[in-house]
Design a protein around this ligand. Structure first.
Ligand code: ZN
Length: 164
């Protein structure tokens, strides 16, 4: 990415705590469906409050768009490209409540630097919206604690049941 400025222009460059260059702050929530945040098996979760068809853009993952960093990142960092991340930790980013699942009903889709949560199947009103966070995230943040998604919880219960 390059920014060309004429001699009369100037630019303020802002950095966050990790010395990442802040490029843009996206605070405008773009939800295309009625959603609810409530308790789920993995803490708070994002739920459909109306039926969502397959292949629909449900909600945009917003927050602070900044340069990528290898430094200790919070768990809401969404890696957009080799140069860009979105720090989605602000509470106004409703999409951050969509939990990881190993049997998800949505996926993340990156279009022109914007991240959308898109349904991969029909999601009925009341269902939790989940997507696969990816192997890297899974290995660092989920694996050490044990995955609490519905699929893994059921598998564990089945395994425990067999021991009795
Ligand atoms: Zn799982």
């Amino acid at each position: 990415m390059s920014i060309v400025l004429s001699p009369s222009q100037f630019i303020f460059i802002q950095y966050d705590k990790r010395h990442c260059m802040i490029i843009e702050t996206r605070t405008e929530p773009h939800a295309n469906y009625k959603l609810k945040v409530k308790r789920s098996s993995a803490g708070l979760g994002l739920f459909a409050d109306e039926d969502i068809p397959k292949g629909a853009r449900i909600i945009e993952y917003i927050g602070i768009v900044r340069s990528s960093s290898d430094e200790d990142a919070n768990k809401y960092i969404f890696n957009v490209s080799s140069k860009l991340d979105i720090d989605g930790s602000p509470r106004y980013n409703t999409a951050r409540y969509a939990n990881h699942s190993c049997g998800p009903n949505a996926e993340s889709d990156i279009k022109k630097g914007h991240v959308w949560i898109v349904s991969t199947k029909h999601i009925a009103k009341g269902e939790e919206i989940t997507y696969d966070y990816g192997k890297e995230y899974f290995d660092v943040h989920i694996k050490p604690l044990g995955c609490r998604c519905e699929k893994c919880t059921k598998r564990r219960e089945k395994k425990d049941g067999l021991k009795i």
